[in-house]
Design a protein around this ligand. Structure first.
Ligand code: SAM
Length: 216
């Protein structure tokens, strides 16, 4: 599709989606001012979709790999059951202090447990069965995240995976040969061939996979 048309559609979609609240607007502004790659955050449309999924599932436990500045964490936390918890994992320790400050200011500190370290490793040691997971860390590690996250999800629970089209790079394969694109292509094939899940690839932004766990 022409770039201009894509931009027009994105704008129209955003203009016909409930606007982000003040907390998210301020977080997006701060992320733009203080980080080098602010486009990493989910943004208003995907953020609202994550919130909707979370409210529909009404999870007791949510897992997230790749917290960044906390935009998606805040959206996901909105749908938690009373007393529920979001475990979110971020590898960059310089994000710990701003994240804890943000969760406190946003009034969700009691709902969020932040882990600093490698999501693929940390998840192995979490003795929790999650209702929902959102995978949004290092694209090269996607197959490993999926393998390690899968056993931690309840039967009937959901795994959401971001950036599964990686702009147009997944489609441009085999021209695109970088490790990030390869990781995503490998993951997409693993999910598609995994008969333990039902899955749909939603073409929002640069692709969001939603997989429902059918059995262990
Ligand atoms: C795309 S951003 C996440 C955006 C966030 N989920 C949102 O929507 O606002 C990816 C984040 O994953 C983090 N990350 C990369 N590798 C990771 C790993 N192995 N474990 C946990 N986090 C990781 C990066 O430091 C970065 O902050």
């Amino acid at each position: 599709m022409e770039n201009l048309l894509m931009e027009d559609i994105e704008l129209y979609v955003e203009n016909h989606t409930t606007a982000e609240d003040d907390v998210l607007r301020q977080l997006r502004r701060k992320t733009n001012l203080t980080t080098t790659m602010p486009r990493q955050l989910s943004g208003p449309v995907q953020g609202k979709l994550l919130e909707m999924f979370s409210r529909m599932i009404n999870p007791e436990y949510i897992l997230e790999i790749g917290t960044f500045t906390g935009y998606s964490a805040y959206c996901l936390a909105k749908g938690l059951k009373q007393g529920g918890k979001l475990h979110t994992i971020e590898v960059k320790d310089e994000l710990e202090e701003p994240l804890l400050t943000f969760f406190s200011k946003a009034g969700i500190s009691d709902k969020v447990q932040l882990h600093i370290g490698d999501g693929a490793e940390i998840v192995k040691n979490l003795d929790i069965k999650f209702d929902m997971a959102f995978i949004d860390g290092d694209k090269r590690q996607y197959p490993e995240y999926y393998e390690n996250v899968f056993p931690k999800i309840k039967v009937g629970g959901y795994i959401l995976i971001d950036n599964v089209l990686w702009y147009d790079k997944v489609i441009s394969q085999p021209k695109e040969n970088d490790a990030y694109t390869k990781g995503i292509i490998e993951l997409n094939d693993i999910v598609q061939n995994d008969d333990r899940v039902d899955n749909v690839l939603v073409p929002i932004r640069d692709g969001l996979t939603v997989a429902r766990k059918l059995r262990d």
